[in-house]
Write a protein that binds this ligand. Structure first.
Ligand SMILES: NC(=O)c1ccc[n+]([C@@H]2O[C@H](COP(=O)([O-])OP(=O)(O)OC[C@H]3O[C@@H](n4cnc5c(N)ncnc54)[C@H](OP(=O)(O)O)[C@@H]3O)[C@@H](O)[C@H]2O)c1
Length: 281
């Protein structure tokens, strides 16, 4: 298969790049320099000339707090770009896989969110990502959307790498314990996307994270423990750690559909965290 990746220098893009040699496909990795996903003409030309079988969109505006004061850019990247990619993917008979987020939910549930659960995003990031989902499916009925949560990797900027940095220099660290979710190791998501390429399911929307549930506090503690860092992690309430964008208090995703459709077993978040930490200096 000929597979085009957009936003390939981000966490997920680099994780797909890492596992690409294990797959017998012809990959083309692009980021803004090669293919700016906000420019319609570039998308049209790239897809027209490449004759790709698959387009996997890893490009996004992921700075959740910055998005609150940068609506136009968040809209361009999280709503308009996915729509344009979906539209031209359809035109050139390229299957389209897009990544969305647990932040499309308001976090008021106390049971894992199914793919059919009502959405109600509270942040500009979540709102623009949900609008992207809707616009994709309106113009491309075959598109696949995978919502994921708390993504981290050995690449770029993320919670794990931030904790490692802070844990090495600070004696105590306050981390919220009233936001509950599940971390997702980007390599596990990359492998699942490859599985989807090879066994295309019928439904449109899927959920993927690692198995298990934790708070950011639990996650931080486990990072310190696995790395033998002496930094003491203290649990605090979100109200004592105000952020510009509101976060869902509960965003555990129910992964039944993706497990059933792709016949996959998903690793527990602690096991995947160990795997990631083995790759970080
Ligand atoms: N990170 C999370 O915790 C999280 C949680 C849930 C869902 N997700 C979703 O998962 C997906 C992958 O996230 P990620 O963490 O891998 O994102 P990321 O690391 O922020 O990567 C996004 C990539 O897109 C690039 N990009 C920005 N503008 C572009 C443009 N106009 N054209 C082409 N590329 C452009 C970025 O470049 P620059 O870095 O130069 O801007 C970056 O390389 C996204 O859809 C995200 O919404 C992420």
């Amino acid at each position: 298969m000929k597979i085009l990746i957009t936003g390939a220098d981000g966490q997920l893009g680099q994780s797909i790049r890492k596992i690409a040699p294990n797959h017998n496909h012809e990959f083309t990795f692009t980021d803004i320099e090669e293919l700016n996903v906000t420019i319609e003409e570039e998308i049209d030309n790239y897809l027209k000339s490449g004759q790709f079988d698959f387009l996997i969109n890893c490009a996004a505006y992921t700075a959740v707090d910055n998005a609150e004061n940068d609506y136009d850019k968040a809209l361009a990247l999280n709503t308009t770009a996915p729509y344009l990619l979906a539209k031209y993917a359809k035109k050139y008979k390229t299957r389209f896989i897009h990544i969305s987020t647990d932040y499309v939910f308001d976090g008021k549930s106390s049971v894992p969110y199914s793919t059919k659960a009502d959405t109600n995003p509270k942040s500009i990031y979540g709102i623009t990502k949900l609008q992207g989902e809707k616009k994709i499916l309106r113009c491309n009925k075959d598109a696949k959307i995978i919502r994921t949560s708390w993504l981290y990797s050995e690449f770029g900027q993320n919670f794990v790498l931030t904790m490692l940095k802070l844990g090495a220099t600070k004696s105590t660290l306050n981390v919220v314990f009233d936001q509950i979710g599940t971390p997702t190791y980007a390599t596990d998501l990359a492998k699942t996307i490859m599985k989807m390429v090879e066994h295309m399911p019928i439904d449109n929307i899927f959920h993927f994270s690692n198995e298990g549930v934790c708070s950011w506090y639990d996650f931080a503690r486990k990072i310190m423990e696995l790395r033998n860092l002496k930094c003491k992690v203290m649990p605090i309430l979100s109200k004592d750690y105000p952020t510009i964008a509101p976060r869902p208090a509960y965003s555990v995703l129910d992964k039944s559909d993706i497990k059933l459709n792709l016949r996959i077993e998903i690793p527990h978040w602690e096991d995947s965290l160990r795997e990631c930490l083995d790759l970080v200096e």
